[in-house]
Ligand binder design. Structure first.
Ligand code: HEC
Length: 153
């Protein structure tokens, strides 16, 4: 490509980016078109924190929370939190990555299920079910200041 062509391509890309920023009206759905009201934001936050709370209970082996969601995360009497206090060493910000323990490219949810099955000798949970979502919410929340660094070890 000639130098000039490159410049034109960049100018075009920049123009498109500005149109998108200004909320170019097309039929395509766009993220964050309308700002949320304070009430909406509060409601979203409440839903999220409720899931963090459930995840916290599951992570600490709370029997009631496990019963309600019909999961058994450990058969050794050892809860996640005993090996990962405050979700330490769960590294949610490093996924997806190649996971040596599984010898495959893995997501955070894959690794949560690995820990349930291996060290905990429990039963794998539905990767898209409510218990997994709550555990994910708790683990991400507990690591919320970590920098995204997918693929890292
Ligand atoms: C008996 C101790 C033990 C318990 C209990 C345990 N884990 Fe783990 N966990 C480990 C070990 C060991 C690893 C592998 C460490 C590594 O990746 O080098 C690990 C790794 C992980 C990872 C991936 C970290 C990474 O960066 O690869 C996640 C996520 C995780 N555990 C979540 C959980 C969850 C959720 C539970 C409860 C359901 C749990 N663990 C229970 C010992 C435990």
């Amino acid at each position: 490509m000639m130098k000039n062509d490159k410049w034109h391509a960049r100018a075009l890309a920049a123009g498109v980016a500005v149109l998108l920023l200004l909320g170019y009206d097309s039929d395509q759905p766009m993220a964050h078109k309308e700002p949320h009201t304070a009430d909406q934001l509060k409601a979203f936050e409440e839903v999220f924190m409720e899931q963090v709370k459930v995840g916290d209970q599951l992570f600490h082996g709370d029997p009631g929370a496990q019963q309600r969601l019909n999961v058994k995360l450990s058969n050794t009497g050892v809860a996640c939190a005993m090996c990962h206090p405050y979700a330490s060493d769960t590294h949610p910000h490093e996924f997806p990555k190649f996971q040596e323990q599984m010898n495959e490219f893995a997501t955070l949810r894959d690794m949560i299920n690995w820990c349930i099955e291996k060290p905990n000798e429990g039963e794998k949970i539905d990767p898209n079910g409510p218990a997994m979502k709550a555990l994910e919410a708790y683990i991400y929340y507990s690591n919320r200041n970590s920098k995204l660094d997918p693929g890292r070890h």
